[in-house]
Write a protein that binds this ligand. Structure first.
Ligand SMILES: *[C@@H]1O[C@H](CO)[C@@H](O)[C@H](O)[C@H]1NC(C)=O
Ligand SMILES: *[C@@H]1O[C@H](CO)[C@@H](O)[C@H](O)[C@H]1NC(C)=O
Ligand SMILES: *[C@@H]1O[C@H](CO)[C@@H](O)[C@H](O)[C@H]1NC(C)=O
Ligand SMILES: *[C@@H]1O[C@H](CO)[C@@H](O)[C@H](O)[C@H]1NC(C)=O
Ligand SMILES: *[C@@H]1O[C@H](CO)[C@@H](O)[C@H](O)[C@H]1NC(C)=O
Ligand SMILES: *[C@@H]1O[C@H](CO)[C@@H](O)[C@H](O)[C@H]1NC(C)=O
Ligand SMILES: *[C@@H]1O[C@H](CO)[C@@H](O)[C@H](O)[C@H]1NC(C)=O
Ligand SMILES: *[C@@H]1O[C@H](CO)[C@@H](O)[C@H](O)[C@H]1NC(C)=O
Ligand SMILES: *[C@@H]1O[C@H](CO)[C@@H](O)[C@H](O)[C@H]1NC(C)=O
Length: 794
């Protein structure tokens, strides 16, 4: 009877919201440091056109009301620090009296305000009107940006109509150009060129190429400009850095006869291989630039719809704003990494090549697990690309952008990405190669561990921790972060043990033992005192430890909002971008042991509460993610739910400032998405922590098995008074564990949650808790996996 009732209930609810793409708002996170890319892109697209501004321009554009300095074709999304890419911007303008020397050339001279409410951003399309009356629209295919610039009809002092002028600047957002070339064709007005630029968070330099074609207007003239002067001869230019690294502003220009409709269309093909390939890309993808705009936009819309199609939600009265925040979060996880297959000049290979892993330290926790679920085929290709990078460059990346090695932030966290895919059974991956790459991280110290592998491995093996002020002559990296590296290396080695065990490797026990190394930096009598002298009342924290096994000291609150921000570049410390308080919770594989060490569940919960309510938790950066849900491990899943509702929508919402920190390639977006879906991954383990979804129901159709998993709040309350799970049914049978494995999705199970206003005893018993390494009983259950669940139901 009960099951029948459930089934009819199900049928009533399966109607989803329909086309969900219109909920995607690319402008979420476009100011206040979200740094998201708001322009046009395909999923994983390489071409990413948008307006570039002189304000918060890390991702190109910002709704901060600053000035537009150009329109460029390649970007990264959500990154921090220096702006990324933005090469070869175009700048449309009308120049006084049709005299080209009257044009505004350099970035500062030409910067022009945009009209705030003219900004239109949707998947595959971006538009903005400048204060000079020029309206710009853009869309993109995989490697080609397509622009339509509409010039107003304006007259010179002698009554002539002003000619549209489009400038191309041999620069990038960061003005990192080392050298660049441009050449213009006098007849067709095609412009090709290339330049060498610096990666925004990595070593070395990279070269990119472009091929620009103009249609819709008669060309009057073209040429080059240098500083504030231009000339129609010569038609080529090479610029480099000279005395004192001097930076010359230079580029090309084209002037047109204004067409009746005022529109000049510009097609810009991009490539990392050659200008010729940039032209070939453009010609193949956009054969008829004057007519292709609508087709490109439609193709982008179709691609995005397909990528979002595995998920359906039943909102149940949840606000449109939060629906928008949800879909936009998913959307942003597929802006980067970028598919650069066929565009890698560094090595030749038939394997896929993806770039803009910016950075894996951010992405491994929630973003890449989300892709494993809703786009497993791409996740497989991302991993194959990481493994091919290992094969050809010798190391798995921890961060990679623009063909360059990016700076490593902590551990070798590609190991976690591999482990996560392994426990979720992703196929078409060479696991022997993956294991080799992971062992390489764990055993061999590279000369430059600032951008690959791990440092301090001699100490890691001899002392079982990374020492404070290590004596490390094997390799070079910033000799800091001994605490955060210790806890991350321990988790990385745990992954190695898991994959090794799965592959039947004998070193498995060695890595399991190293997975305990985090314990070696736990100083049981360490106290934490606030800056005004108040004792937080908690004892036992990680502390730095010297080579001679005596303790050093770092204030547990240092590198939190209650003290000062720590960054690798300005003030490296023993924890990376976060405090000892926050890293204390980073024992994802052995929360049971950590909880015991911190005095048991009650005392752990007090500590986690204090962390989240005192200002110590940095909700704007990725290490905090799992801490929101770690109450599950103390048998208090309701407190995780309460905590999630405390942060959402307060810190994650649909406003232009609705991301609490850099989106980091969609990492922040993925935190929101998993939280709202009511499951949170413990990346690297076959574990999702169960909480109530923020909407009535969510369905996920697994793209490979085609099975549909459903999570439903059976008495959903959109005002969120009733958010606590009272009881649960899995496939119609009582389910008391507060976590579930990936089989939930691959096999398409149904989880029905009964909610109430107060915490219940659901999911609170020891046998309900997620697995921990030191907890034998739980570990056995984890190995048995869903088999155990089936038995429970039968
Ligand atoms: C934008 O340009 C105006 C002048 O048009 C200038 O006053 C302002 O400082 C610029 N804004 C930024 C952020 O550079
Ligand atoms: C351009 O700059 C890069 C990086 O400094 C350098 O390796 C390359 O040789 C330069 N190319 C030319 C043609 O000067
Ligand atoms: C860069 O462009 C210039 C001018 O078109 C050309 O002479 C040069 O060979 C190009 N460099 C590369 C590496 O293609
Ligand atoms: C990546 O690009 C290649 C080459 O264009 C294409 O064959 C492949 O399907 C793309 N993969 C994804 C996941 O978009
Ligand atoms: C992975 O495959 C194994 C062996 O077939 C199976 O027992 C396990 O349930 C699968 N795990 C997932 C997450 O599908
Ligand atoms: C010290 O700072 C904390 C956190 O800001 C505050 O809650 C507490 O009241 C302060 N104590 C004193 C004695 O000022
Ligand atoms: C251990 O090393 C630290 C740092 O060099 C030093 O300050 C401390 O005195 C040493 N302790 C012992 C017991 O040698
Ligand atoms: C949205 O999130 C941002 C960033 O965390 C926050 O500053 C803002 O107050 C939030 N807005 C609302 C309406 O909650
Ligand atoms: C899933 O559906 C796709 C498209 O309909 C089909 O090609 C594929 O074979 C199906 N997979 C399974 C495992 O049924």
């Amino acid at each position: 009877m009960k099951i029948l009732a459930l089934i009819s209930f199900l049928i009533g609810l399966t109607a989803a919201t329909g086309d969900d793409l219109h909920y995607v708002d690319p402008l979420i996170g476009s100011t206040a440091g979200g740094n998201v890319f708001v322009g046009a892109s395909l999923p994983y697209g390489l071409a990413k056109p948008v307006a570039d501004v002189d304000g918060q321009n890390t991702g190109g554009f910002s709704t901060d009301g600053s000035n537009v300095t150009g329109f460029s074709h390649m970007h990264d999304s959500g990154t921090g620090g220096n702006p990324s890419q933005g090469q070869f911007p175009l700048f449309p303008q009308l120049c006084r009296d049709n005299i080209v020397d009257n044009c505004r050339f350099g970035k500062t001279d030409r910067a022009t305000h945009y009209i705030q409410d003219s900004v239109v951003a949707r998947p595959g399309y971006f538009a903005v009107r400048l204060e000079n009356g020029i309206h710009a629209e853009m869309t993109a295919s995989q490697r080609t940006a397509l622009y339509r610039f509409k010039f107003p009809e304006t007259h010179a002092s002698n009554g002539d109509t002003l000619d549209p002028v489009i400038l191309l600047d041999l620069t990038d957002l960061w003005s990192s150009r080392q050298n660049a070339s441009i050449s213009l064709d006098a007849d067709s007005a095609r412009i090709v060129g290339n330049g060498t630029f610096l990666p925004s968070f990595g070593a070395g330099s990279y070269r990119t190429f472009f091929c620009a074609d103009f249609t819709g207007a008669e060309v009057r003239d073209n040429g080059i400009w240098v500083n504030n002067r231009a000339g129609s001869e010569p038609k080529a230019l090479y610029v480099t850095r000279g005395f004192n690294n001097f930076y010359l502003q230079a580029g090309g220009y084209v002037t047109f006869e204004r067409p009746d409709d005022g529109v000049v269309t510009v097609r810009v093909g991009v490539s990392y291989v050659s200008s010729q390939q940039a032209c070939t890309n453009a010609e193949a993808e956009v054969p008829a630039p004057g007519k292709d705009f609508a087709r490109l936009e439609q193709e982008a819309v179709d691609s995005w719809s397909e990528k979002l199609s595995p998920i359906k939600i039943t909102a149940g009265g949840m606000s449109d704003a939060m629906i928008s925040a949800f879909w936009s979060g998913i959307y942003r996880t597929m802006l980067s990494p970028q598919n650069m297959t066929g565009e890698n000049p560094v090595w030749k290979s038939d394997e896929p090549y993806f770039d803009s892993f910016y950075c894996i330290w951010d992405q491994f926790r929630a973003q890449l697990p989300l892709l494993s679920l809703i786009d497993p085929e791409t996740q497989t290709n991302l991993i194959r690309s990481l493994l091919d990078t290992y094969k050809n460059e010798g190391w798995l990346p921890d961060c990679r952008m623009s063909l360059c090695k990016g700076w490593t932030q902590g551990g070798s966290n590609a190991d976690v990405v591999l482990t996560d895919a392994f426990v979720k059974n992703l196929t078409n991956i060479d696991w022997e190669l993956a294991y080799k790459a992971m062992v390489n991280d764990a055993e061999n110290e590279p000369l430059e561990w600032s951008y690959e592998g791990r440092g301090g491995l001699q100490s890691w093996k001899r002392l079982n921790y990374i020492p404070y002020l290590d004596f490390d002559y094997l390799g070079f990296g910033t000799n800091s972060r001994s605490i955060s590296r210790t806890v991350e290396y321990a988790y990385n080695d745990y992954g190695l043990a898991v994959v090794g065990k799965g592959l039947g490797k004998s070193e498995n026990t060695k890595y399991l033992s190293r997975a305990n190394n985090w314990r070696n930096l736990f100083k049981a009598d360490q106290k934490s005192v606030l800056e005004n002298g108040t004792d937080t009342g908690f004892t036992g924290f990680f502390q730095p430890k010297y080579l001679n096994r005596t303790w050093g000291f770092q204030d547990p609150i240092a590198c939190s909002a209650l003290a000062s921000w720590c960054s690798l570049t300005s003030n490296p410390s023993e924890t990376f971008e976060s405090s000892i308080w926050e890293y204390l919770f980073y024992v994802p594989h052995d929360m049971a042991a950590l909880i015991k060490l911190l005095g048991g569940p009650d005392s752990f919960v007090k500590r986690l509460d204090y962390f989240h309510t005192s200002g110590l938790a940095d909700i704007g950066n990725e290490p905090v993610f799992l801490t929101v849900y770690q109450y599950h491990y103390a048998g208090r899943p309701a407190l995780s739910t309460a905590r999630a509702h405390n942060y959402i929508p307060r810190s994650f919402n649909a406003s232009t400032n609705g991301i609490p920190g850099n989106d980091d390639s969609g990492a922040m977006g993925s935190f929101l998405v998993w939280s709202m879906m009511g499951l949170f991954p413990n990346a690297g383990q076959n574990v999702y922590l169960i909480s109530a979804p923020f909407f009535e129901a969510v369905e996920v159709t697994h793209p490979i098995t085609n099975c549909t998993a459903t999570i439903r709040n059976s008495n959903f309350d959109p005002t969120y008074r009733k958010v606590y799970i009272q009881s649960a049914l899995l496939n119609g049978r009582p389910y008391t564990k507060n976590w579930i494995g990936h089989e939930f999705f691959t096999q398409g199970m149904t989880l029905e949650l009964m909610l109430g206003e107060h915490e219940s005893d659901w999911g609170t018993r020891v046998e309900d808790l997620p697995p921990s390494l030191s907890d034998n009983q739980a570990r056995d259950e984890a190995t048995v996996g869903m088999h155990g669940v089936g038995m429970m139901g039968s």
